[in-house]
Write a protein that binds this ligand. Sequence first.
Ligand code: ATP
Ligand code: MG
Length: 431
Amino acid sequence: MMQIADVLSSDMEGKDVEIRGWVHRERGSNRLKFIVLRDSSGHVQCVFSRDDFEEKWDEIDHLQVETSMIIKGTARKDSRAPTGYEVKVKEYTIVGKSENFPITKDQSIEFLADNRHLWLRSTKMTAILKIRSTVFGAIHEYFRSEGFYEYQSPIFQAVQCEGGSELFQVDYFGRKDVFLAQTWQLYAEPAIFALEKIYTIAPSFRAERSKTSRHLTEYWHAEMEVAWADFESIQNYGESCIKHILRRVLEKNSAELKVLGRDASKLEPAVNKPFVRMTYTDALRILKDKCGMEIEWGKDLRTIEEEKLSTLYDVPIICTRYPKKVKAFYMMEDPQNKDVVLGCDFLAPEGYGEIIGGSQREHDISKIKERLVEQGEDPSQYEFYLDTRRYGSVPHGGFGLGVERVVRWICGLDTIKDAIPFPRTIERYKP
Ligand code: ATP
Ligand code: MG
């Protein structure tokens, strides 16, 4: 048994091949039947001639899209075949019949979402899923090559980290103070005292109530945390991680980018050039000077402003030193300026928005308590976390990367929903 890609890539002219897969397309005449067979590696046209299959012609004539089958035949070059090769069928076995496949051309987005389990087989989704796999692999590869340990935090958590309004509350044996993880962070920081450099790729859950093209309620979060790190090095890790992901995708997935109509040259600058680093205050000035957008100092950047900013450069922007008020309680106050924190957001080019959020962590316990109170929290619920500042605290920091955000940018997708097999949003949790 070989894969379809092997039929297409090596010189198989005149050779016998045996392949298996699913009928992607079918058409026929009285004498000939053409099917395009698909497997995970590619597509190839297969031709049945009535002269060879007179008794079975009725079955062949009625072969339906998505039938699974095994085909033995001879490969031959044919410039008219969509992939340059075709297989002249000598023998075949039907493995699983297919009923009328519901997905035909020009279906609505809603219909495709209802039939997501079947839509995954489409050429588009297959390409995205392959790129997604490369991205996950590259993240593991990157952190492991940098000496990080893979570490897991709980998904049931009794604290909140990123804002109460976006918490998913769980009915935990009748208790109501349990939430699904929005981030691993509060449970990751305790582990740097054991492992120093840690990372994970895990689901995060956020009750995002507004419809946007970049928010899911369940997404895959690649997070890292490093002991002894300074703010600069957190940014450097983020930049080289993204460069590594892009490099791997460009190496392995040029065919998939092509299927998606994504111009790979748009991604190359981010591999070859340094990212643009600017402070929040710089960003306001640039937005004013270059885009005519005036934003009051202290307001968080909105999607529209991030988009405008990111279209000014062909590499991601690392925007740093945000006003303290708009960022989470654990971010460290800038020693040079008490009004800002050492937090950084990475904004992907072409308007794809934030892909990483990171920071130097505050290690002054009284400042953390103060800010928890300011944000309406009860610091006594955070005692386990505050212990990280009581017993041998060290400078440290980390970031979270939204894997689907990165996949969306790389693939050039209109919506983040296509960057994950079964997207969950406020409106959709089925199939
Ligand atoms: P945003 O402002 O876009 O809501 P955030 O500030 O809430 O992002 P962080 O809390 O910093 O995001 O989370 C780290 C990363 O996780 C983000 O940079 C982003 O890549 C990703 N992320 C956050 N929320 C979502 C979501 N709802 N769906 C998908 N990815 C997300
Ligand atoms: Mg958010």
